[in-house]
Structures are given as structure tokens and as C-alpha cells.
Design a protein around this ligand. Structure first.
Ligand SMILES: NC(=O)c1ccc[n+]([C@@H]2O[C@H](COP(=O)([O-])OP(=O)(O)OC[C@H]3O[C@@H](n4cnc5c(N)ncnc54)[C@H](OP(=O)(O)O)[C@@H]3O)[C@@H](O)[C@H]2O)c1
Length: 323
């Protein structure tokens, strides 16, 4: 089978698409013919092995898995002897953010991991694009005491995480102010935002509204620059470590101070997210944002584009199969 591979951490140039042996499912695993996978910011981190902390999970001295990839949508081609919840022919999707070897024509995954059936009428591309960003958005949102009518500001509302966050926050009944650039204002409104801020013409930190929750989905701000936007007991979450990795220690410091808080959640339980998103997709309550599509052979270009930080939503790798 064809797969993207690499033998060391580094830039997109370390990737090579070549023939590798097709994996064979173990007793509790399914073999999946991959039709769509994304290149996302988690993949970029794993490709470079940065931040270094990531290497605790992906290999200290070099990548433990030669084939990258963290999410997938495809069809089950074979099942292990002890698989009893999934069957050959099932259309499935899922993710594992420590690496899944999904940027390939075939991959395997245990049936009890984050692999579930794709709802009817949802394309492989839409399923794959509903995994990574939505997983982080869902994990961050569910770590705050969100109520119907909570006021939330989302910076970076057009990224994979931000575009999912706006939709999920609206699903949970929040009032959402979303920040993006001029050309994405229409998109942000279509995601359900109640109020928009164009960061090319306005500074969102000068907003007159006050919020229960400020969520910087692209990690461009710091607690210091936004804390006046928070209501008493308000919570700030950034998707990045922040200046001097402050978002690692500010949760402790601000908890001791007892008012406005920083939290830096560690995203977990991909299966829970995939099951939840499957329900929303089936009901038509979640629409992933798709940007460019690339064939597997052009995966280096896809990584380079994603690393630019300029994608809108999700970048897809489409993997055709002969049959
Ligand atoms: N903490 C975690 O566990 C975790 C996990 C995964 C990713 N991350 C991090 O989370 C961040 C977001 O990931 P992602 O995949 O959602 O990002 P992304 O899709 O690459 O974000 C691109 C978007 O960011 C927006 N943007 C760029 N500069 C901006 C600015 N100054 N102000 C507001 N928006 C700006 C752009 O919007 P416009 O087109 O409107 O300019 C673009 O749509 C990344 O930094 C990634 O490393 C963290």
C-alpha cells in the first residue's frame, strides 16, 4: 500500500510517500481502507516533535511510528478474530491524537478505541474534518461551567478548533462573540456567532462586552491582555502554552488568587468526542469547515500549508482506491 512515511522529526521535507506493507489486524482490531484524513496542527507538532513534551508520547529520539496521521474516515475491509461490534463494509471514522498511522491507504485500530460508524449521508471528507479540531474544542468547552446564555468570546473562530468551538458553544446555548479576519466574517456568521469582530479592523481586547469565558482557539493572546474582558470568576483558555509557557503555571496561580482563572485542559477521551460529534452530524447540528483537499502524493504541500497557520477550518487528504 502507499503511505506517507518519515524516519526522523523535522519539517514537511522529511516526508516521503512510498510503498509499505499493508497492516494486518490483530484479534481486537479492524483493518480500514482510508478514504480521507486531515493534516492538522497536531500532525504538524508530531511531525516536528515539538513542543518537545510531545515526544513522551510519539518517541523520544525519533518518531516511534513511521507513518503519521491522527484521524481518518474509511471503510472496514477486514476484522480481527475477536471483533464483535464492527463489521466488514462499515463506514467508520475516528481519531487518536498520539498518532494513528492514518496518512496511508490502510490502517488498523482496536474496536474499543475512537472508531465509530459514520452517520448516513455524511461524506468521508466531512467525517474526517469533524475529528481533530472538534475534539479539542469539545474538551476545552466541557471543562468550564457553561450555562445557557453564558457569554463567550472565541478568538481564532475560523481555525479547525475555533470553527468547531463556535458551533459547539451555540449548541450548548451560549452567546458567542467570534473573532476572525474580514474575508471570513460571512463564514463566522454561518457558524452561528451572535457577534463578530474583524481583527484586521478592530482590536478584540477593546471590546466593551464582558464574558464568562474567553477561549483563544489560536493561542494569539495572553491572560494579561484579556483578563479585563472577563466577568468576575470568568475563565480563560488558550490552545497554546502562551508567553514563557505561562498557561502551564497560571492555572495554579489564578486558582490561589480566587477570582478570574486560567485553565489549560489536557484533551482526553477521543472516543467520547467522536460519539458526541456523530450524533450532531446525524442531526445536522454540526457542519465542519473544509479548506483545501490534496492527494496523498502532495502531503508535503498540505503540511506546509497547515504549518503556515493560515488554513480555514480543515485540510483534507483524499485517498482514492482502485476498487
Ligand atoms: N492545546 C492543545 O491540546 C492543542 C491541540 C491542537 C492544536 N493546538 C493549537 O491550537 C491552535 C489552533 O489550531 P487550529 O488547527 O484550530 O488552527 P488553524 O486552523 O491552523 O488556525 C488557522 C486560523 O487561525 C486564524 N488566525 C490566524 N491569526 C490570527 C489572529 N491573529 N487572530 C485571530 N485569528 C487568527 C486564521 O483566521 P483568519 O483566516 O480569519 O485570519 C485561520 O483561520 C494552534 O496553535 C495549535 O498548535 C493545541
Amino acid at each position: 500500500m502507499k503511505a506517507a512515511t518519515r524516519t526522523r522529526y523535522g519539517p514537511p521535507a522529511v516526508l516521503e510517500v512510498k510503498e509499505v506493507p499493508k497492516p494486518c489486524p490483530k484479534d481486537r482490531e479492524v483493518l480500514i481502507k482510508v478514504y480521507a484524513t486531515t493534516v492538522n496542527r497536531t500532525d504538524c507538532g508530531i511531525l516536528r516533535g515539538k513542543p518537545y513534551l510531545i515526544r513522551l508520547f510519539t518517541g523520544i529520539f525519533g518518531p516511534s511510528a513511521p507513518v503519521p496521521g491522527t484521524d481518518f474516515a474509511g471503510k472496514i475491509e477486514a476484522v480481527g478474530k475477536k471483533v464483535n461490534t464492527l463489521s466488514v463494509g462499515d463506514r467508520v471514522w475516528g481519531m487518536h491524537d498520539e498518532g494513528l498511522k492514518s496518512q496511508a491507504q490502510y490502517m488498523t485500530i482496536r474496536e474499543d478505541k475512537a472508531v465509530v460508524r459514520i452517520p448516513p449521508n455524511i461524506s468521508y471528507e466531512d467525517a474526517a474534518a469533524s475529528a481533530e479540531g472538534a475534539h479539542y474544542a469539545y474538551n476545552f468547552i466541557t471543562k468550564v461551567p457553561l450555562k445557557k446564555g453564558s457569554k463567550v468570546l472565541v478568538n481564532g473562530a475560523t481555525g479547525a478548533i475555533g470553527s468547531a468551538a463556535v458551533q459547539l458553544l451555540k449548541h450548548f446555548g451560549a452567546y458567542v462573540t467570534a473573532v476572525g479576519n474580514t474575508q471570513n466574517m460571512k463564514l463566522i456568521k454561518s457558524l452561528g456567532a451572535d457577534k463578530t469582530v474583524d481583527y484586521l479592523t478592530e482590536d478584540f481586547t477593546l471590546d466593551q462586552d464582558r464574558y464568562h469565558f474567553v477561549f483563544d482557539a489560536v493561542g494569539k493572546s495572553s491572560f494579561d491582555t484579556i483578563k479585563h474582558l472577563l466577568l468576575p470568576k470568568g475563565v480563560y483558555i488558550s490552545s497554546e502554552l502562551g508567553p514563557g509557557s505561562e498557561n502551564l503555571y497560571l492555572p495554579l496561580v489564578t486558582r490561589m488568587q480566587g477570582d478570574k482563572r486560567v485553565i489549560f485542559p489536557i484533551p482526553m477521551n477521543c472516543r467520547r468526542t467522536i460519539l458526541f460529534l456523530s450524533e450532531l452530524l446525524e442531526k445536522g447540528s454540526f457542519q465542519p469547515v473544509l479548506d483545501r483537499m490534496y492527494p496523498l502524493e502532495k502531503i508535503k504541500e498540505a503540511y506546509t500549508y497547515v504549518e503556515s497557520g493560515e488554513k480555514t477550518g480543515n485540510v483534507i487528504i483524499q485517498i482514492p482506491h482502485d476498487s
